[in-house]
Every structure is written in C-alpha cells, then in structure tokens.
Design a protein around this ligand. Structure first.
Ligand SMILES: *Cc1c(COP(=O)(O)O)cnc(C)c1O
Length: 360
C-alpha cells in the first residue's frame, strides 16, 4: 500500500508521483550508461541532451520566441534579487511593487547595491493582504519588478502590471500554473522548488536585448552574459536538479497537456478549497482579499485561533501534511501547486468540513 500523503508544503513541495517513479527507475543506470545521471559529466552527450530538452520544453510551454534565452542558475530566486539590479540598471533607478516578504527582500537587495529603488506601491498597510492596483510607472525607470504570486501572504496578480519599461517578475510560486504573454517581460525567474522541481536550480528567462545592459565590472558568474553564452554551463551546473526539472516539464507537456490545462486544473483545485471556507459559516477565514486570492497558496485562519494547532495535527494524522502557515504570519496555508492532484484538494475540503462540524 502506498505511504504517500497529500503534501501541502510550500517549497520544497510535492512532485508528480510519475516523475519520482521515473527517477527511481533511472537512478542506478541512466539510459544504459551504467551510471546515474548525477555521476556523469555535465559535458557528456547524455547530459547535454537533458539540458537542451529542458530549454526546448520551457520555450514550448511558455510560447517563447528566439528573442528569449533560458537559463538554469544557482543561488535560488534570492540570488536574482541582487543579480537583476547588478546587471540591468544602467545607472537608472529600478521600480518595484511591494506585495510581501519576497518583494521586500528584492527591494532590500537593490538598496544594498546603492541602486536607489523606487517603491511605486505597497500593500503593507493591510498586512500585504491585497494587490495594489493604482500606481504610475516612471518612464525613465530601469525596469518594473513585481512578484506574481505571494507565497506567504496568499495573494496573486490576476492581471499583470503594464509599463513602458521592461517588466521583471519573480514567478517562483506560480510559474507554469497558467499561460501568460511573455512579450512585456525583460526577465522573469522562478526558484524551481515550488512548481518546477527540486531546490537547487532557478529558471531565469531573459529577453536578449537585456543582455546588452550587462556591465563588465561585476564578477564573471554574476553576469547574465556568462551563462547565456554557455547554455548555463559556464561552470558545473546543478545537474540533478536540471534533470528532475526536465522530467517535471515533460509531465506538464505530456500528461497535463500544457499551461491552459494546468490553469483549468488549478482553478478547480483552488475553487474546491476556497468553497470549503465559504461554506463553513465563518469557521475558517481566508486571509487574502477575495479578488486577489492565490490559486497556489491558500492562506487561512480559524475563527478560533487556539484550534489551529489541533487542526494542523489532526490533518497530518489523516495524511494531509504541511498545512502550517509561514512562521512570520502563523495560521494555516495549503500550497496547491501544479503537482497537487484534485484528490488532494477534495480530501482537504472534506477534512475541513468534518473538523468544523466536530469543533463548531
Ligand atoms: C520561495 C520563494 C523565493 C525564495 O526562493 P529561494 O530559491 O529559496 O531563494 C523567492 N520568491 C518567491 C515568490 C518565493 O516563493
């Protein structure tokens, strides 16, 4: 009998079972090499095929033209917080929208570098529980940076900001959960460990004209041009993480059927969980503004907060794990990324109804 649970962890997060089974099957002997993928050279033909397939899958899934370069970088999404201002400012001030913990950190890094970031709008006044909608983007900004989905606060941009300057987005927790138009983007990035695979690799997509902004006087590995000219293999790349990411992308293309299908699945799952709040007569309360609720990270409180540890414990006993909110906000959070099946959302909604009936 399977011992797998429904895993609602925010990242590292659940992966498709099929992908894990494939990794298991290929672990001791990758395609007749007699070695695992993580024991062979990143310069071998076998690994080259993995990277090239991953790049091709990213391009197909996102509908990227050849104006974009796909990079697999280290240092997580957090490294992008400083790599972006280091590479792309050209002496101009960057603009940011602040919608939570991760945007705040990105702004801080631009400040540390002395780039004088301008914060155009912030939802800090209400604990980052909504997405600001009124702001004007200066025409002379280096770029506009925003966070598409706020993993900790449970809000999401359902329409993207418009600007005359290149748009840059941290998409760590909702990349490939829905289709979007890549054209306005100068760059977007996502730590893989939420929607794309394991920790250890960050997908960064950069529009080629942005590479012309990269200065010469920053360390070699921190210049986007370095990895762009070497297909992400200027140094030893995170081989195992890229291999796993490629398998997740294959699952997304071949099993799920692309991003429109992924979005439909995600809407249905999120609908199941949010309905459970709305039906509970106030027993559970979603913390995000209704129009800005995330389809990926459902954040909520119990009206009686003392019951939250009991809720989390009893859920775990029934095979629903990882429901504790981020340590900075408390409460509960269900992360329902691409790889969470509808059955997980259904099981959570059923548990919530039972728990409310028993404790209400
Ligand atoms: C998790 C997360 C990060 C941090 O990613 P690391 O890979 O740990 O650096 C950044 N931004 C968002 C939106 C996240 O969800």
């Amino acid at each position: 009998m399977s011992t797998r649970v429904f895993n609602f962890n925010p990242g590292p997060a659940t992966l498709p079972l099929q992908v894990l089974e494939k990794v298991q099957a290929e672990m001791l002997d990758y395609k007749g090499t007699g070695m695992s993928i993580t024991e062979i050279s990143h310069r071998s033909p076998e690994f080259d095929a993995v990277v090239n397939s991953a790049v091709a899958r990213v391009k197909r899934l996102l509908g990227l033209s050849d104006d974009f370069t796909v990079l697999f970088l280290q240092g997580g999404a957090s490294q992008q917080f400083y790599q972006i201002p280091m590479n792309l400012c050209q002496g101009k001030k960057p603009a940011y929208i602040n919608t939570g913990t991760w945007s705040t950190k990105a702004i801080k890094e631009a400040q540390i570098l002395g780039k004088d970031p301008v914060v155009l709008a912030s939802s800090e006044d209400k604990g980052f529980s909504y997405i600001p909608k009124e702001y004007e983007v200066p025409k002379d900004a280096a770029y506009l940076h925003f966070t598409t989905n706020n993993t900790i606060k449970g809000t999401q941009f359902h329409t993207f900001p418009k600007a005359d300057v290149p748009v840059i987005a941290d998409m760590s927790s909702d990349i490939m959960s829905r289709p979007f138009d890549p054209k306005p983007f100068g760059l977007f990035y996502a730590g893989a460990q939420k929607n794309l695979g394991p920790a250890g690799v960050c997908l960064t997509v950069i529009r080629n004209d942005m590479l012309e902004r990269v200065p010469e006087d920053i360390p070699t590995l921190l210049r986007y041009t370095t990895q762009a000219s070497k297909n992400s293999m200027a140094n030893t790349c995170p081989c195992f993480a890229i291999y796993l990411l490629e398998l997740v992308l294959a699952w997304l293309e071949e099993e799920v059927g692309g991003l429109e299908k992924a979005e439909a699945r995600n809407q249905k799952k999120a609908g199941t969980v949010y309905d459970a709040f709305d039906k509970s007569g106030g027993f559970y309360k979603a913390t995000a503004a209704p129009e800005d609720r995330s389809l990926m990270n459902v954040t909520f409180r119990l009206a009686n907060e003392d019951l939250e540890p009991v809720f989390i414990k009893e859920a775990a006993e029934q095979g629903l794990k990882g429901l504790k909110g981020h340590r900075s906000v408390g409460g509960c959070r269900a992360s329902i990324y691409n790889a969470m099946p509808q059955a997980g959302a259904d099981a959570l909604a059923d548990f919530m109804a039972d728990f409310a009936a028993k404790n209400g």
